[in-house]
Design a protein. Structure first.
Length: 161
């Protein structure tokens, strides 16, 4: 029993190292003060504006740097499944301090161990929200092609800065 726990923990550590490409010292940004409601609404407004410009029915989730939901908005006619997907993309970007695209890329390169990481949504569309070089939260979008989801979130993150 003890050996299986150790093996499982070692497997998760190896998978995380594979995704990270090393350690936090190799460029992972630090966490900053978590995003507040007013700023979360500003990010969401930027993402929603981008989605509306392109006629994309999306769900937008803004989480703090710990992955807790701060603000959520869903455009009319967005598929129901996109609600949870947007939240999970945002949580992934916040908790792992990198875009969720990094996990999708790792899986596409054969690093299937990533699929065992708790809380890692390996689908493009979640981006960290940065302030002064630190992660203060993340935006996740879902409803259209993953790259379009990411585009909406990037527009939202830029709206804050």
């Amino acid at each position: 029993m003890q050996k299986s726990r150790i093996a499982a923990r070692l497997g998760c550590a190896i998978a995380l190292a594979l995704v990270a490409g090393g350690s936090a010292a190799q460029g992972r940004p630090s966490y900053g003060q978590e995003i507040n409601l007013a700023d979360a609404k500003s990010v969401a407004a930027g993402a929603i504006a981008e989605a509306k410009r392109n006629n994309w029915p999306v769900a937008i989730a803004i989480v703090d740097n710990h992955g807790f939901l701060v603000y959520f908005e869903k455009l009319d006619d967005t598929q129901s499944a996109s609600v949870n997907v947007a939240i999970e993309k945002a949580r992934t970007a916040a908790m792992f301090r990198r875009p969720s695209k990094a996990f999708e890329t790792a899986v596409s390169k054969g690093r299937v161990a990533v699929l065992g990481l708790s809380g890692a949504m390996p689908i493009t569309g979640g981006v960290p929200i940065m302030r002064e070089g630190k992660v203060v939260g993340a935006c996740g979008a879902s409803g259209v092609a993953s790259e379009q989801d990411e585009q909406a979130c990037e527009a939202g993150a830029k709206a804050l800065n």
